[in-house]
Design a protein around this ligand. Structure first.
Ligand code: NDP
Length: 309
């Protein structure tokens, strides 16, 4: 067994004989080497432990788990006593059918990113929507409530954003996605909550010539475009309104091509680091039952990203 080190990326086989004497938490993903969640959580845990010694033996690790191995992995983590797990790409939707029970907000989203140990298995939550909402408030001084929202993308992150926007009583919701089947699937699953709340929801392809946003639309990029400098914009520049505010879920690089385009046209933009921090804050609150100060997670996230640059 390698020493217990939160800088290490562990494999599933490392669970054999896992005897960490404290409380183990972990993020599972594939790939997961890039994840800065251990740095963020261990910084917040150190702050928690300084105020309350019951957290002094808590530690957050990183495990690389292939998607096809998740069904056998989750019972192994439970057996080895892991108290809390975060799930990242591509596990959030796969885990949905593998756990003992699910929080009602996560049921609407159809994906979980935070698991907490219960007597008979893990209970699942989704903290991405909460992270997004707080990130938008903090970075753009804007609110999902009462806003015209356009979400670019229809994958797992877009789904969490769409449910959060509807639950927060946005004014209207527009989803823009490349593949028509994924778009239709998301629109279909949003129908019940949209109808109940009386919120208009529309869907478009990025190339649709009838695609037009109202001024002051709050645009959320939930596509993976922007991760690479050679990526095209998720929507043609001419479709962007002059006074848009953009929240780009991508945070590495810190300024995407879309963010720069919006800023150059006089709009405001923010990257997704605050969403990452606040979804982590909420996850640690769920596990610890304590209020978490975001300051330590933010500092740790910034230094971890700087060290990767
Ligand atoms: P998914 O793989 O589930 O979805 C990817 C989305 O991007 C789909 O809508 C897909 O469209 C679109 N897309 C991918 N490639 C292209 C392309 N070449 N052209 C047009 N559209 C494309 O990923 P997630 O939803 O989990 O994550 C999306 C992004 O959000 C990622 O960058 C991720 O890192 C980020 N994220 C950030 C978080 C944060 O805390 N800041 C939290 C969660 C995610 P299609 O359906 O057509 O394939």
């Amino acid at each position: 067994m390698v020493p217990y080190d939160s800088e290490v990326t562990y494999q599933l086989r490392d669970l054999n004989g896992w005897r960490f004497p404290g409380t183990s938490l972990a993020v599972l993903g594939f790939p997961v080497r890039h994840s800065i969640s251990p740095a963020m959580h261990n910084a917040a845990i150190a702050d928690l432990a300084a105020k309350d010694s019951q957290f002094s033996e808590w530690r957050y690790f990183r495990f690389e788990v292939e998607p096809e191995k998740l069904p056998q992995a989750l019972p192994r983590f439970f057996e080895m006593g892991f108290f809390g797990l975060n799930l990242t790409v591509p596990h959030k939707e796969i885990a949905f059918d593998l756990i003992a029970s699910i929080d009602s907000a996560a049921v609407e989203i159809g994906a979980v990113n935070t698991l907490k140990r219960g007597p008979d298995g893990y209970h699942g939550y989704n903290t991405d929507g909460c992270g997004l909402s707080k990130g938008i408030e903090e970075e753009l001084s804007a609110s999902l409530a009462g806003s015209d929202i356009a979400i670019l993308g229809a994958g797992g992150a877009a789904r969490a954003a769409a449910v959060q926007a509807l639950q927060s009583d946005c004014q209207s919701l527009c989803i823009v996605n490349r593949s028509a089947d994924r778009l239709e699937n998301l629109l279909g699953s949003l129908q019940p909550i949209a109808r109940e709340k009386g919120i208009p929801v529309k869907g478009f392809s990025p190339q649709d010539t009838s695609l037009e946003f109202a001024d002051h639309t709050l645009i959320i990029n939930a596509t993976s475009l922007g991760l690479n400098s050679s990526d095209p914009l998720p929507i043609p520049e001419e479709r962007l309104p002059q006074t848009a505010a953009l929240y780009d879920m991508v945070y590495n690089p810190r300024t995407t091509k879309l963010m720069k385009t919006v800023s150059d046209r006089g709009g405001r933009s923010a990257n997704g680091l605050s969403m990452l921090v606040y979804q982590g804050v909420r996850a640690l609150e769920i596990w610890s039952d304590r209020k978490i100060d975001p300051k330590n997670m933010k500092q740790a996230a910034n230094s971890a990203l700087a060290s990767k640059a």
